[in-house]
Design a protein around this ligand. Sequence first.
Ligand SMILES: Cc1cc2nc3c(=O)[nH]c(=O)nc-3n(C[C@H](O)[C@H](O)[C@H](O)COP(=O)(O)OP(=O)(O)OC[C@H]3O[C@@H](n4cnc5c(N)ncnc54)[C@H](O)[C@@H]3O)c2cc1C
Length: 408
Amino acid sequence: MKTRIAVIGGGAAGFFSAISAGESGGDCEVELFEQSDRLLAKVKISGGGRCNVTHACFEPRELIRHYPRGSRELLGPFHIWQPTHTIQWFESRGVRLKTEDDGRMFPVTDSSTTIMNCLISAADEAGVKVSTNSRIEKISVDNNSLFTVHIRDQPPRTFDRVIIATGGGKQSGGIAFAKSLGHTITELAPSLFTFHCRDHRITDLQGLSVPMVTVRCAMENLEQQGPLLITHWGFSGPAILRLSAWGARALARLNYTFTLNVNWTGGHNSDMARVLIEKQRQANGRKMVGATCPFDIPRRIWERLVRAVGIPGDLQWSRLNRQQILSLCRESTAGSFQIKGKSMNKEEFVTCGGVDLREVDFRTMQSRLVPGLFFAGEVLDIDGVTGGFNFQAAWTTGHIAGKTAAAP
Ligand SMILES: Cc1cc2nc3c(=O)[nH]c(=O)nc-3n(C[C@H](O)[C@H](O)[C@H](O)COP(=O)(O)OP(=O)(O)OC[C@H]3O[C@@H](n4cnc5c(N)ncnc54)[C@H](O)[C@@H]3O)c2cc1C
């Protein structure tokens, strides 16, 4: 008799699991259940409609550094399926990917529909039966490891193996199923968000970006570097998103209310910043402080920093006194901003937390508690920073879960 495999969830991880199981050549029947009438809904909206499929990072040890949660566990899986495999997999199905300057990879068509169509037709070719409007309400397992899957408005069905790929967040059905089957769920919190801040130093500067800043939340000892974007509600950009990802749980506990220190000079410490300010003073003594900036930051931001420490913008550099130099130095390298609230990053957001990774065997993606039960994608306590890392985790865990679930 064929092995019956149920894949719960029609997102990236569910599709990749189902295709991988269907293509494995094992003697199995694969059925994918999606609660809504839309398949791959997140793939569709991902990357602003372009779908950031993966990241051009091909060294597993380097790759795992982009996952605030799950990095240790993903090392082994990335030796089995990493971005190289993802690229080859899509290319072998006629979907070419391109790499942008920052390493993000997109289909050359710049359209997520290309990725959706590819996955849907690959599932079809692999013999996967796809059922939409099929919400799974309960999963139970008997002593013979036979699963009963309860589908809304349908009679219960039995399966030999079940792959849970229901995505992250409180709404994900998989969290409840995993719990009911004995799994531990780690604390859930949003990741990849931007910060709310009302401050005269950034008012009306929305759209301005600084190429390299260091942002720090001293209360939680969190620090990240990268580009920063000023928005009409506060701060965004890669440095902020990274801080939000690494600090997802800590910042939730602070109710997103904390002091953020911004080092606008990027990597310079206050001694180095002081050297650069002194150099500027000597080289441009007759120029106005507000008009010439010693750091690589937009002039409009520099003007605000100068004004914030009470220095008239039209003061000449040569007239700065020692105290003013120190204040300017402090403001440039550790300006304090009060953060009150957050907004999700529209381009990409994920949930931190999910099925406890200690209860999953990452060689197979099988539950260590319930034989025949597998997990893939964001339902696990795995999340990455922006840049294609979240989909890569879905492809990798989906590939392994599908292949091993289909093995005899
Ligand atoms: C706006 C946005 C843009 C993003 N852009 C990117 C990007 O460009 N690159 C990147 O790497 N990551 C991106 N991400 C993150 C990425 O989309 C997710 O990490 C990824 O989709 C997770 O895949 P998944 O299959 O685990 O979960 P999901 O994509 O969430 O799929 C889970 C599916 O399971 C279904 N389901 C849930 N419960 C049940 C149930 N009880 N019965 C049946 N079905 C059920 C859901 O309806 C859903 O379709 C983005 C996220 C968002 C929100």
